[in-house]
Design a protein. Structure first.
Length: 96
């Protein structure tokens, strides 16, 4: 569980990154979750976007992704979501 200070730190870092995954008409599937898991291990902080043609709601998708990948949901703004998970092999980000 992240503290308020840690969330604030991660939100500030997340403003400078672009979404690396987009969830569209097809919605969630096992392949997407595997790619998200791999990206979290490599980058630790990722941004995901729900496209306008998707029938999924961003807050519902965010909960599913966080549960499936074991990550922390940092923030949901509009259709963008920010996730964090400390890397097991090579931690890069040091939280305050």
């Amino acid at each position: 569980m992240l503290t308020g200070k840690q969330r604030r730190f991660l939100r500030a870092m997340g403003t400078g990154i672009d979404p690396i995954f987009q969830i569209g008409k097809g919605g969630m599937n096992e392949n997407l979750l595997k790619q998200l898991d791999d990206a979290l291990e490599a980058r630790e902080l990722i941004k995901v976007k729900v496209l306008a043609n998707s029938e999924e709601l961003p807050k519902e998708v965010a909960g599913e992704i966080a549960d499936a990948t074991g990550s922390e949901l940092v923030q949901v703004i509009g259709k963008n979501m920010l996730f964090f998970r400390q890397s097991k092999k090579k931690p890069r980000l040091e939280l305050p």
